[in-house]
Ligand binder design. Structure first.
Ligand SMILES: NC(=O)c1ccc[n+]([C@@H]2O[C@H](COP(=O)([O-])OP(=O)(O)OC[C@H]3O[C@@H](n4cnc5c(N)ncnc54)[C@H](O)[C@@H]3O)[C@@H](O)[C@H]2O)c1
Length: 336
């Protein structure tokens, strides 16, 4: 099958080529650097399938253009699918497939890296030592053992993080409309979101971005947090109202903030913009805080995750070509 692969970097090509070759090399993968958008959709002409990533846009206009060119499959190289208009895809007869689970540990372990780096001020210590400043003032952290960690969303990634935190000797509070019995048995306590926000030293977000979770962390949620609490978002940017969080940082309500995702990241992340002026003043303000650590949507970025993403994506395309059904279709009940 001919596949137009949008938003590709050299590493995407390496892993997708290997997965395609291992599966028999059946697909012609046309690698495209641009993001999928209304302007770039035309690049998919001639392809039966489009492969897209987290900041590609598959709204009604894009899907309409793709359907008009004969595209029948949208294969996402991600677990999240908040960037796709599923109702419109179904109406147009475009199957949407994703990679539901590709190494929850990759994201959970990056979350732990952010928690520990912020706690022990590693980002500041690294710069200090390089400049010959070996003073410790301002670098005081806290023992993780005995602290309360609130995990919002205990699916694959949230459970993996919760288990690591239990291993650190933390008390784990969880919030999810579908509690995980095994995690409960392992020692996590399910509570309301308000209780979790009020009782946690560290709050980590692992729910999907949906209309219900959009700006889940808003000014009211920030006001409920413990003064000085740590907030980590490695899920999707728009779960957090960035302006509310900046106000929380300025007020000292949020003591430490770790972001791997940002609500307006599409114009920034995955590109080298080091020689340019950042026009996003909200993002630029975030970078000025000494107690904020930002990584550019890299939580998934491990050998294991990239291998699994590529293999499942190729398997989705192969199955769709053979049977008309992808292995991991975004189920229709998720549309309701
Ligand atoms: N930063 C990265 O590189 C990266 C990589 C992969 C996934 N992600 C993000 O992580 C998210 C979680 O991934 P996953 O594989 O664990 O997904 P998952 O589907 O296994 O788990 C999501 C959990 O969130 C719960 N949930 C839904 N609505 C909720 C709400 N309002 N409050 C609390 N919980 C709620 C669900 O019941 C489910 O248990 C994805 O949706 C994606 O946005 C980020």
């Amino acid at each position: 099958m001919q596949v137009a692969v949008f938003s590709t970097k050299p590493y995407d090509r390496r892993f997708l080529d290997a997965a395609n070759a291992a599966a028999g090399g059946h697909h012609r993968l046309l690698y495209l650097e641009p993001r999928l958008s209304a302007e770039t959709a035309v690049l998919a002409r001639g392809a039966g399938a489009v492969c897209a990533f987290v900041n590609d846009v598959a709204d009604a206009a894009v899907l309409g253009a793709l359907a008009g060119m004969g595209v029948r499959l949208l294969a996402l190289r991600s677990a999240g699918f908040n960037n796709v208009d599923l109702v419109e895809a179904r109406r147009l007869g475009i199957t949407v497939a994703r990679v539901p689970a590709y190494s929850p540990e990759s994201v959970a372990e990056h979350t732990v890296a952010m928690i520990l780096a912020l706690n022990r001020r590693i980002h500041r210590a690294y710069n200090r030592v390089r400049e010959g400043n070996f003073a410790l003032d301002g670098l005081i952290g806290f023992d993780m053992k005995g602290r309360t960690v609130g995990v919002v969303g205990t699916g694959r990634i949230g459970v993996a993080l919760a288990r690591i935190m239990l291993g650190f000797g933390c008390q784990v509070l969880a919030h999810d409309p579908r509690p995980d019995a095994a995690l409960q048995a392992a020692g996590a306590a399910y509570v309301s979101l308000d209780t979790l926000l009020a009782a946690s030293d560290i709050i980590s977000l692992h729910c999907p971005l949906t209309p219900e979770t959009h700006h889940l962390i808003d000014a009211a949620a920030v006001a409920r947090m413990r003064p000085g609490a740590m907030l980590i978002n490695t899920s999707r940017g728009a779960i957090v109202d960035t302006l509310a969080v900046i106000a929380g940082l300025k007020a000292g309500r949020i003591g430490l903030l770790g972001l791997d995702v940002y609500e307006e990241e599409a114009d920034l992340f995955f590109e080298d913009l080091s020689g340019r002026v950042i026009h996003d003043d909200v993002f630029a303000r975030l970078l000025t805080f000494p107690n904020v650590l930002v990584t550019a949507h890299q939580a998934f970025f491990t050998e294991e995750a990239l291998t699994a993403i590529a293999e499942t994506t190729v398997a989705n395309i192969t199955a769709f070509e053979a049977t008309g059904q992808a292995l991991h279709e975004v189920s229709t009940e998720r549309i309701a």
